[in-house]
Design a protein around this ligand. Structure first.
Ligand code: AMP
Ligand code: ZN
Length: 470
């Protein structure tokens, strides 16, 4: 299996540290708002990676952090605290904000059929590990204190910036979050970064912890170093994230971790997903006014899997421009593919028998595509080629498609492919309760309401309700 390594700027054969086991760390969501569909594109890329690794029989230990503290609106330690910003906006506590948007994140990834990671550590549960990491960096001589904060001294690190090839100024540092010019006067060098904040401008921060340097909170790069090492060991295989993380977040993660452990390389392979763009070509960003969330797509009649399909049409290292027309085309294509994949009656393709019945030729082509740095667009074309190939017997076709779907994750074998909006789910729930109480009048009113919203209602024998789009 070949993957592109940002660190070496080339495709490399994957050679895990421990034979068939892969340690995979993915930077997770900052839970101060809904994930936008750009964030979700990155999580989808990581899902294709995870699925491809498993397809190749690797035993994957995947860790994704939940950032619920200390992430400022700028990566370079400037700006507002994102959690406080969310709390102010909604008149809630930071803890309530974190809980609400963490739940929303899980709802989104489940709807997109993204496999759950092995661990989802929260930053607020790992403050002790972060403090210990700063102590080690300090003991090794890479820190200084100024204005009450503890800084990482990038000048002490010879290979600082190696992830970007020696320069941390890339086109991505020109994104809105990086254009602030209010440079912290305590820093010896502009690239230095805070490991522990005490005397920050956020003195009244809700989330604060005691530390050897005073009460405060961690810098946001710290959590990924501390938590990845806790769950994956001091050296592990793959670290992923969106491309925006290359110049600052990941660069700083490498610097502080290698300063603490002296182990090089800390991570063998760095993989980054390109941006989802909007409008005239700008990056979709939570700080901008152009961001779209999964619910927005659903409100316009799309299924989460339509968006999954949309993203599959571009390689993860290519920018992808979002458009409603593009999503509409993905919706049509996905439904056609689903219908074609469901034509046969023999769907019980699980288990070993199915593996024996798959089409060897197609399987080989599919393997070549996904193992060439996750060429998912090509694997999708191969899937279509197979669907249209009349020379392949139906049963073999179904078995092969079912195997492909382990990577594609399009639920090709499932009968129902729509997902119902929250409002409809609520109406169904109310109607089920009414039917349980034999309140037929309410049940009928609710049926009409659901139908008027564009759904066909069917009553199951067990008293439940199923709906299908009209
Ligand atoms: P955040 O919740 O902002 O910390 O971001 C979660 C993930 O989404 C990170 O891996 C980011 O690099 C990634 N990301 C942010 N914006 C975009 C975008 N427009 N397109 C693709 N990925 C993005
Ligand atoms: Zn991270």
């Amino acid at each position: 299996m070949k993957i592109y390594n940002t660190l070496t700027r080339q495709k490399e054969e994957l050679k895990p540290i421990h034979d068939k086991k892969v340690g995979l760390y993915c930077c997770g969501p900052t839970v101060y708002n809904y994930a936008h569909i750009g964030n979700l594109r990155s999580f989808l890329f990581e899902d294709f990676l995870r699925r491809t690794l498993e397809f190749n029989d690797y035993d994957v230990n995947q860790v994704m952090n939940i950032t619920d503290v200390g992430h400022l609106t700028s990566d370079s330690d400037e700006g507002e605290d994102k959690m406080e910003k969310g709390a102010k906006r909604e008149g809630k506590t930071v803890w309530e904000i974190a809980e609400h948007y963490t739940t929303a994140f899980f709802d989104d990834i489940d709807a997109l059929n993204i496999k759950r990671a092995t661990h989802y550590p929260k930053a607020t549960d790992h403050i002790e590990e972060m403090i210990r990491l700063v102590q080690r960096i300090e003991a090794n001589g890479y820190t200084y204190q100024a204005g009450g904060n503890v800084y990482f001294d990038t000048g002490k690190m010879e290979d600082y910036g190696k992830l970007t090839g020696g320069t941390v100024e890339t086109r991505h540092s020109a994104s809105p979050e990086h254009t602030r010019i209010d440079v912290d006067p305590n820093k010896k060098h502009p690239h230095d970064f805070v490991l522990w904040f005490t005397e920050s401008k956020h003195g009244n921060q809700d989330m604060q912890w005691e530390s050897p340097w005073g009460k405060g909170f961690p810098g946001w790069h710290l959590e990924c170093s501390a938590m990845s090492m806790k769950y994956l060991g001091k050296q592990f295989d793959i670290h992923c994230g969106g491309i925006d993380h290359v110049p600052v977040h990941h660069t700083n993660e490498i610097a502080q971790t290698e300063a603490a452990t002296g182990k090089k390389p800390w991570v063998k392979y760095w993989m980054h997903g390109e941006f989802l763009l909007v409008g005239s070509g700008g990056k979709m960003a939570k700080s901008g006014d152009n961001f779209v969330i999964l619910q927005t797509l659903r409100d316009r009649g799309f299924d989460a899997l339509d968006y999954r399909y949309f993203c599959m049409q571009a390689h993860y290292r290519k920018e992808l421009k979002f458009s409603w027309e593009g999503l509409e085309a993905a919706k049509t294509a996905r439904r056609r593919l689903h219908d074609r994949a469901n034509v046969g009656t023999c769907h019980d393709t699980s288990g070993k028998d199915a593996i024996n019945r798959v089409s060897g030729d197609y399987m080989q082509k599919f393997n070549t595509a996904i193992n060439d740095d996750l060429n998912i667009p090509q694997s999708l074309s191969i899937t279509w080629e197979l669907v249209d190939d009349t020379s392949v017997p139906n049963e073999e076709k179904m078995a092969t498609l079912s195997k492909f779907d382990e990577v594609l994750g399009l639920k090709l074998g499932e009968k129902e492919v729509h997902d119902t909006p929250k409002e409809i789910e609520e109406l169904i729930e109310q109607r089920d309760t009414a039917r349980l109480k034999k309140d037929w009048a309410t049940s009928d009113t609710l049926r009409k309401e659901i139908e008027d919203a564009g759904w066909i209602v069917e009553d199951k024998n067990d008293g439940g309700t199923i709906v299908k789009p009209k």
